[in-house]
Design a protein around this ligand. Structure first.
Ligand SMILES: Nc1nc2c(ncn2[C@@H]2O[C@H](COP(=O)(O)OP(=O)(O)OP(=O)(O)O)[C@@H](O)[C@H]2O)c(=O)[nH]1
Ligand SMILES: [Mg+2]
Length: 327
């Protein structure tokens, strides 16, 4: 299994559409496009063997809050990963997609790297792989600038190095072609498939998502933002006292209070989300979802010795679980 993550609009779904040839995959530059975690399969030839890889597309992290919030992305990806773990599907790669045309890292990029680092866990960070895309959009006069940006991205004082490269993670350029995409996947398929830290924490240790290190990163950000919103509310309250006739202060206060409430809801959801709670709530409606994964596993083990899923996470499967037991 290969999991693809990154901020919204970087081209995760486009990358998978190119790889899998699946025209049903939705892409868009006008709004946050992917709303649910989705798995797609593709056959990838490597050393005279064709590997069936499951690629996992994920909703993008977002600064503008027009799409999914970090907490709900983490929740959905975690559910998917917990399911994969229960089906003994390993992850062979986690792709972090980054546009080379983005001049500097945004808050969402920094947050997503920290979350990814904690999801994977220190022992397996070598399966992470940053891919920069949009090289074909770099004008010839800007090539040197883009090269410098790439060097900076990979340099030792940057988050990518500190959190991933220092532990053996890979890096590739993607030029937008099918050949480039499959070359990257073939590189990733050389990794040793592994389970992610968060999978074991949720399933074996039965931790609540909010207690996992990845969940704590998100909770920490939520608390920080809540503090800032409370400060803003205090300022607006003073403005209301000073200018009670101005309705815009009250409207602003209302918006801030709604934001505070939604931050609190996100936090509570993370604190109460666990694999067990999800399994309980999914009983009765989870059959289609779980069976979808089982079909993938079944196909993956069929070809010969190895089966894989590609996307941002690549996984090899050891055993075909029984549908009856899981449903
Ligand atoms: N030039 C160029 N455009 C790209 C590339 N990849 C994606 N795009 C465009 O970027 C826009 C966003 O692509 P998506 O694949 O939907 O991005 P995403 O990361 O899946 O976005 P979310 O689902 O919102 O997280 C689309 O208009 C794509 O056509 C690329 O490699 N080169
Ligand atoms: Mg998408």
């Amino acid at each position: 299994m290969i999991i693809v993550m990154g901020v919204t609009g970087t081209g995760k779904s486009s990358f998978l559409k190119l790889l899998t040839g699946n025209e049903a995959i939705q892409t868009s530059d006008s709004e946050c496009c992917t709303t649910d975690v989705q798995g797609y399969q593709a056959d990838v030839p490597l050393n005279d063997t064709t590997y069936r890889v499951t690629f996992v597309d994920t909703p993008g992290f977002d600064d503008d809050r027009t799409g999914r919030d970090d907490a709900s992305i983490l929740k959905d990806v975690s559910r998917w990963l917990a399911r994969a773990y229960q089906n003994q599907i390993k992850v062979v790669g986690v792709i972090y997609l980054r546009r080379i045309t983005d001049e500097r890292p945004t808050g969402a990029m920094k947050r997503s790297l920290k979350i990814l680092h904690e999801m994977i866990g220190k022992d397996n960070l070598a399966i992470a792989h940053m891919v920069t895309n949009r090289w074909e959009q770099v004008a010839s006069g800007d090539q040197e600038k883009a090269d410098r940006r790439e060097q900076k991205l990979l340099s030792k004082d940057q988050n990518w190095y500190r959190l991933f490269s220092a532990y053996g993670a890979g890096y590739s350029r993607h030029d937008g072609t099918y050949a480039s995409a499959t070359y990257i996947i073939r590189k990733i398929l050389q990794n040793s498939p592994a389970y992610l830290q968060i999978q074991m924490q949720l399933v074996d240790k039965k931790m609540a998502l909010g207690d996992t290190p990845a969940g704590k990163v998100v909770i920490c950000d939520l608390e920080e933002e809540s503090r800032m919103v409370r400060n803003d509310i205090a300022v607006v309250e003073e403005e209301i006292i000073a200018e009670p006739e101005k309705s815009e202060h009250k409207e602003e206060e209302q918006k801030l209070r709604e934001r505070l409430e939604s931050l609190n809801t996100e936090k509570v959801e993370l604190e109460t989300e666990s694999n067990e709670s999800f399994m309980r709530s999914a009983k009765g409606i989870g059959c289609v979802f779980v069976c979808g994964i089982i079909i993938g596993v079944g196909v993956a083990v069929m070809p010969a010795s190895v089966a894989m899923n590609a996307a941002v996470v690549v996984v090899a499967i050891a055993r075909k679980p029984s549908i009856e037991r899981l449903c």
